[in-house]
Design a protein around this ligand. Structure first.
Ligand SMILES: Nc1ncnc2c1ncn2[C@@H]1O[C@H](COP(=O)(O)OP(=O)(O)OP(=O)(O)O)[C@@H](O)[C@H]1O
Ligand SMILES: [Mg+2]
Length: 306
């Protein structure tokens, strides 16, 4: 199994929407997939998957309840049958499991204890037997969830599981600097991980960045802008590329990017092939980007040491 920890320094980067779409694509590609909502302060992954009973988490037996020992097993939602989305209700032949482990409604952040760590470890080990890939949506910034992920993944018990980190950021200077800080800063993931027994070089090789909602200067969305604006955008884009490579977020550290899509600007949701080819409300490039990112998650050549 591959375990993906999805995080970002800032909020609202597109981490959850991109992660949900990647996992949906992965299930369509035939893998058994599980999405864990570890955004303990705001567990809203159910909204993106359009499960009306879990829009802001569930009552009584979500991940909060499990990790804090109130139930012995967290509730699992089979998205092919529980989502309100008709594209999900018609499960394509050959697709894998698509499962959501939601948080508890109003659950909030909670402190780490040995018992929380143990339950989390046991959960990951149980999931390993059933799923090809699990994605843990960890919330924005430094949080208990990030520490929990570092602590659990640093243990010998998880040495058979491939753990990888994705840091999502928007294509702006502030976001580039912030994402660099989260990965490599004094209180960042790499520095914190040492205390949990991680080897720095190995962990560094398992961190990649994802640029979200990138408006490329030659995007078809910009065909009517003036030459002056177009030239300015190109200059900004070049500047951001330099800025990114100076902050260790250059191409060799990037797993992929998603284009700005007006549909996602207006609504956080999964993009189905029907949205692209039937109703045509989503861009083909966006669906392709999710598809490619989904494949790259387990493509070892995208994760080789630099
Ligand atoms: N490619 C895109 N183009 C346009 N808008 C996007 C794109 N990707 C995501 N968005 C939008 O950005 C907003 C924030 O996305 P999302 O909720 O996934 O971010 P997040 O990083 O998970 O936020 P939070 O920190 O609050 O959990 C949403 O409205 C989402 O639909
Ligand atoms: Mg989110």
């Amino acid at each position: 199994m591959t375990l993906i920890f999805a995080t970002s320094d800032k909020g609202g980067t597109g981490r959850s929407v991109t992660s949900c779409n990647m996992m949906y694509r992965r299930a369509l590609q035939g893998d058994n997939v599980c999405y864990l909502d570890f955004d303990f302060g705001s567990p809203t992954a159910g909204a993106v998957f359009e499960v009306s009973s879990a829009m802001t988490g569930i009552v009584g037996n979500g991940l909060h309840s499990y990790l804090q020992g109130r139930v012995v097993e967290p509730k699992r939602l089979d998205l092919w049958t529980t989502s309100d989305r008709s594209a999900l209700r018609t499960r394509p032949v050959g697709s894998g499991a698509l499962t959501l482990l939601p948080g508890d409604r109003g659950g909030g952040e909670f402190a780490l204890t040995k018992d929380v760590t143990r339950r989390c470890t046991e959960l990951f080990l149980r999931l390993e037997e059933e799923f090809d890939i699990c994605l843990v949506d960890l919330s924005a910034g430094r949080s208990f969830a990030v520490d929990l992920a570092l602590e659990v993944s640093g243990q010998q018990a998880l040495s058979e599981i491939t753990c990888r980190w994705l840091i999502f950021h928007r294509w702006t200077r502030q976001h580039i600097v912030a994402a660099n800080g989260l990965a490599f800063g004094d209180r960042g993931i790499l520095k914190t991980a040492k205390a949990y027994g991680h080897e720095e070089d190995r962990l560094r090789d398992s961190i990649r960045f994802v640029r979200t909602a990138v408006l490329e200067p030659d995007s078809t969305l910009l065909t009517t802008i003036s030459p002056a604006k177009s030239a300015w955008l190109r200059e900004c884009n070049r500047d951001l590329q330099e800025w990114a490579s100076r902050h260790e977020l250059g191409l060799s550290n990037v797993l992929g990017q998603t284009p700005f899509d007006p549909m996602l600007q207006w609504r956080e949701q999964l993009i189905s092939d029907g949205d692209v080819y039937t109703t045509r409300i989503a861009a083909e490039e966006t669906a392709t980007a999710f598809d490619e990112l989904a494949k790259c998650l387990t493509d070892d050549s995208a994760w080789e040491g630099l």
